[in-house]
Design a protein around this ligand. Sequence first.
Ligand SMILES: [Zn+2]
Length: 473
Amino acid sequence: MKTKKSSDFHEWYPEVILSAKLADYAPVHGCIIFRERGYAIWERIQQSLDAKIRAMGVKNAYFPLFIPESLLKKEAEHFEGFVPEVAWVEKKEGDEERVALRPTSETVIYYMYSKWIRSHRDLPLKLNQWCNIVRWEIKQTRPFLRTREFLWQEGHTAHATQEEAEAQVKDALNAYVDLIEGELAIPVVAGRKTKVETFAGAVYTTAVESLMPDGRALQMGTSHYFGDHFPKMFGIKYMSEEDGVERFCHTTSWGVSTRLIGAVVMVHGDDKGLVLPPRIAPEQAVIIPIFKEETKAPVFKKCEEIRKKLEAAGVRAVADYDDAHTPGWKFAECELRGIPLRIEVGPKDIEKAQVTAVRRDTGGKSAIMESELAAKVQELLDAIQSNLFERAKKFLEENTVAVKTNAELKKALDGRKMAKAAHCGGEACEQKIKDETGGGTIRCIPFRQEKVSDKCAGCGSPAKYTVLIAKAY
Ligand SMILES: [Zn+2]
C-alpha cells in the first residue's frame, strides 16, 4: 500500500479496493467491475440475507430493468425524488413511450400488484428481488459507495392492515441489523428518518446508520412504510373478509446494496490493506509453506493435508504454492487482501506436529497442534470476528458525542464526530443546521432514545426528541 489509512483516508480507500482486487474501474464513467473477490463478498452477504428474507415469508422474483415513463411519473413526489438521476432509453420508432432504467422498482411492482391482488386471500403479498439499479449520479462517484449502477435487493410487500405492514418494516430493519452487526461486524444505530430525509413517497423511513473512520455517517439500509399512498395511486385493493368492502392495501419496501462492501473496507481496513470479517471473507485462512529446495516436497505435502483438514471442517482455506515469491512477499499480499488468518507451515512446525497461525486483525501469533487444528482455527476465526465488531463499536461510541448548543454541534462535526443532540423537529431548523455545519444532516431519530437536553441544539426551542447529526456519504 502506497497510502496509509491513518494519513490519507480518501486516497487509501480506492487504493485498497484496487490492490485487494475487489473491484476495478469500468470504461463507463462512474461504474465499477466487481472482480471475483469483491463479488464473492457480495455472494456471502446475499446468502446470509436471503435466508433471513425467506424466514420472513418473502419470496424472490424478478421484474424488468425498464420502467415506462408513465408508470414512473404516476406518483409525482416519488418521481421528483429521482428526476436528476433517471437514465432514459432513447425512444425508437414504434415505441409507445420512453422507458427509464429503474432507479428503484416501486412503480412497476405496484402496477403488477394492482392486477394480482383481488381478495384478502391474496394477502400478504411479499416479494423481493436481487437486481441492479441505475442512478445516473452527477456527484463524484466512489467505488461501492456511489456508482451509477449498483447491486441491491429490494423487498416489496402489500398487506391488509397497517399493523401488519408496520411489523414488516420493523422485521426487515431488524434483519439488516443482524446482517450488518453479525456478519459484517459493523455496529449500527437504528432509527427513523425525519420528514426531510424520508424516502420520496413514503409515510416514514427507518434506517440503520453507521459511522465511518473519517467521521462521516453511512446509511447502511432502509425500510419504508408507504401506508396506502401508492395503493391509492395504483389501485391496489382487496375485498375484505368481514364486511365485503373494498379496501386499499398498506405497502412497504426495504433494501440494502453493495455499498455495504464499501463500509466493510472503510471500517475494518488498516495501513496494510483490507481486513475482512471471517464470516464474509472469500478465503478465511491461507496456508503458506516455508521451505528450502530440500524441504519443499514434505512441506507442500503437509500444507495440502492441512488445507484438506480445514476444508473438511468447513473452513474456506487456500494454500499458496507459488514458488516465485518469498514467504515475506506472500505475507504482505495476504495482509493486503485481508485474509483473516495466515497459517505458516515449515520443517520445524512439521517436527513438532504443529502449525503457526497469525491473525490479520492483531498480528498475534500462536502455535496450533495439528491434532487440534480444526477446533482452534474455528476459535481464532470467531475471535477475529468478535474483535472486529468490538473495535468498531468502541470507535462508534468514542466518536459519538452529546452536544447541547449550536457551537458544540459545529465543533463536534468539524472534529469529525457524530453528534447526539436534542432537536425541535422543525424543518427550517434542520435546514439551518445543514447550512451552518457545512452539510451536517439528521441521520436518524434513534429508536433507543437517550435524553441529552430539554432544548433543541439547533434553535433553542423545546426539544421533541434526540437525534444523531453527522455529515454523510
Ligand atoms: Zn430546533
